[in-house]
Design a protein. Structure first.
Length: 124
């Protein structure tokens, strides 16, 4: 299987996070990061090693919004008293304006990323 990308957040404070993927997926992630740096948003169509595909969205937010971002910890103990998103109010990370990543914008980005992947596969 190719185009595999796994993103593992640290469970708590000072616990390492990991990005693990094959060459194809890491190149797609790099392209998404480059696009986000230049335009604010990027997307990488990738898969988990069980064959399920997903889109990894990359958002480049202004520095003044970074203090409002949700913490990425996976342990509930680490979230107590921390900032974490309310799924009922936003699809964006906490502190990022909704207009920055509306469903319509993310859907367009998602479709564009998967179209680019399909076009790459056809030329190989």
């Amino acid at each position: 299987m190719n185009n595999v990308l796994h993103l593992h957040a640290g469970s708590s404070f000072h616990v390492e996070g990991h990005i693990v993927g094959d060459r194809e997926a890491l190149i797609r992630l790099r392209k998404a990061i480059d696009r986000a740096i230049s335009t604010g948003k990027g997307a990488a169509p990738v898969s988990v090693n069980d064959g399920e595909g997903y889109t990894c969205f990359v958002l480049c937010v202004p520095e003044e919004l970074t203090d409002g971002l949700a913490v990425p910890y996976t342990s509930e103990d680490a979230l107590i008293g921390s900032k974490y998103p309310d799924p009922n109010t936003t699809i964006c990370p906490t502190g990022v304006p909704n207009t920055f990543c509306t469903w319509n914008e993310l859907n367009k980005l998602n479709e564009q990323a998967w179209d680019e992947k399909d076009n790459e596969n056809q030329t190989e």
